[in-house]
Design a protein around this ligand. Structure first.
Ligand code: ZN
Length: 321
C-alpha cells in the first residue's frame, strides 16, 4: 500500500439512539444536534450493524467504519478479527436503565451470533445521590434464580453511589444498571446483546413492557459476584496527566487530561479517542485537527506520534492484547 495514511485521521459522526430512559443532555451538555429529548445513547465510535459510524472528513469521508475495517486493514494494523471489536458510547440516563447482564464471547457467539459484552464506564457526570447497580448478593445460582423469581430486588442487587470521575469495570456476567442522573462514557466490546433481568415494571408510550430474559440472565451471571480490583495509575506529563484505568484482553482505557501541549507515541495498532471536556487540537505531522467536546476520532496505525494541545479531557481506548 502506498502513502500509508498519516494524514487520514477519521473523525466520526455521532449515531443517536432513542431510549425510554434517555434525556436531552447530549444536547445541553455536549452540544449535539439530537432529534428529540429521549436520546439515551450516542454511539460515538461504532461498526455495529445497529448503528454504524460514518467518517465526516478527509479522504475517507462518507465511508462507514465497518467498510474501513474490511477495506482498509492497514489503518488498523492488519487485524485478524473479522469485525471491529470495540464500541464507544456516551450515555445520558435521565431515568434508570434496566437491570441487566451480558454474556461472554462463547455464550454470545453460540446463542446470539455475536461477541459477548465486557464493558467499562467513566462517570462523566452524576447528580447528587446517583447510584449504580453493580453486582449481587446471591451465593449460589439456585439462590439467584429464587431471588429473581420472587422479585426480591432489594436483597439481591448491590447498589453503589457514584460521582464524576469514578471508573467501573463491568466484565461479562456482572449484573448491572446505570441509575438516573448519570452520564457515562462507555467502552465496550462491539455487541448489542443485553439480557434484561428487571425493568422496574415500566411501560413505554404504547403501554408495553420491555422483554425480560430471565433464563439467559441466570445462565450467564457470575455467581457469587466478583468485584474487579482496579489498578489505576496516573503519570504527570508537564501540566497534563495520563491516567491508566484498565488494561485487559478486550481493551485498554486511559484518560488524557491535557493542559498545554502533550506529545504521545503510538503503543497499539490504533487508538480511539473521544473528547469529554474542553477543547483543543490534535496535531499529526504538522496538520491540526480541531477537537471539541464530543469529537470522536481514530488515530490509525500509520501515525506513530502525535500531540494534543489545549485544555481538554479525552478518554482514549486501545484494542486489548
Ligand atoms: Zn450493560
Amino acid at each position: 500500500v502506498t502513502g500509508v495514511q498519516t494524514c487520514a485521521l477519521p473523525i466520526l459522526k455521532p449515531v443517536f439512539q432513542e431510549k425510554i430512559w434517555g434525556g436531552s443532555r447530549l444536547r445541553s451538555v455536549f452540544g449535539f444536534d439530537i432529534p428529540n429529548d429521549k436520546i439515551g445513547e450516542d454511539w460515538a465510535i461504532s461498526a455495529h450493524p445497529h448503528g454504524v459510524s460514518v467518517v465526516e472528513n478527509g479522504e475517507f469521508k462518507g465511508k462507514r467504519l465497518d467498510e474501513l475495517w474490511s477495506e482498509h486493514k492497514e489503518l488498523f494494523g492488519h487485524p485478524s478479527e473479522p469485525v471491529f471489536p470495540l464500541l464507544i458510547k456516551i450515555l445520558d440516563a435521565e431515568d434508570d436503565l434496566s437491570v441487566q447482564v451480558h454474556p461472554d464471547d462463547a455464550y454470545g457467539m453460540k446463542h446470539e451470533g455475536e461477541l459477548g459484552k465486557t464493558e467499562c464506564w467513566y462517570i462523566i457526570d452524576a447528580e447528587p445521590g446517583a447510584e449504580i447497580i453493580y453486582g449481587h448478593h446471591a451465593k449460589t445460582r439456585e439462590e439467584l434464580a429464587e431471588m429473581i423469581k420472587d422479585g426480591r430486588w432489594d436483597d439481591l442487587l448491590k447498589k453503589v453511589p457514584v460521582k464524576k470521575g469514578d471508573f467501573f469495570y463491568v466484565p461479562s456476567g456482572t449484573i448491572h444498571a446505570i441509575g438516573k442522573g448519570i452520564m457515562i462514557l462507555e467502552t465496550q466490546q462491539s455487541s448489542d446483546t443485553t439480557y434484561r433481568v428487571y425493568d422496574y415494571d415500566r411501560k413505554d408510550a404504547q403501554g408495553q413492557t420491555r422483554e425480560l430474559h430471565i433464563q439467559q440472565s441466570i445462565d450467564v451471571t457470575t455467581v457469587p459476584a466478583k468485584t474487579p480490583e482496579l489498578q489505576i495509575k496516573e503519570v504527570r506529563k508537564g501540566n497534563s496527566s495520563i491516567v491508566t484505568y484498565l488494561e485487559t484482553e478486550f481493551f485498554n482505557v486511559y484518560e488524557w487530561d491535557i493542559k498545554g501541549i502533550t506529545s504521545f507515541k503510538k503503543q497499539a495498532p490504533y487508538t480511539l479517542m473521544t473528547v469529554i471536556e474542553g477543547a483543543g487540537d490534535l496535531v499529526v505531522d504538522g496538520k491540526t485537527y480541531p477537537l471539541e467536546k464530543g469529537t470522536s476520532c481514530i488515530i490509525p496505525n500509520g501515525v506513530s506520534e502525535w500531540a494534543v494541545q489545549g485544555e481538554l479531557a479525552i478518554i482514549a481506548t486501545e484494542p486489548g492484547k
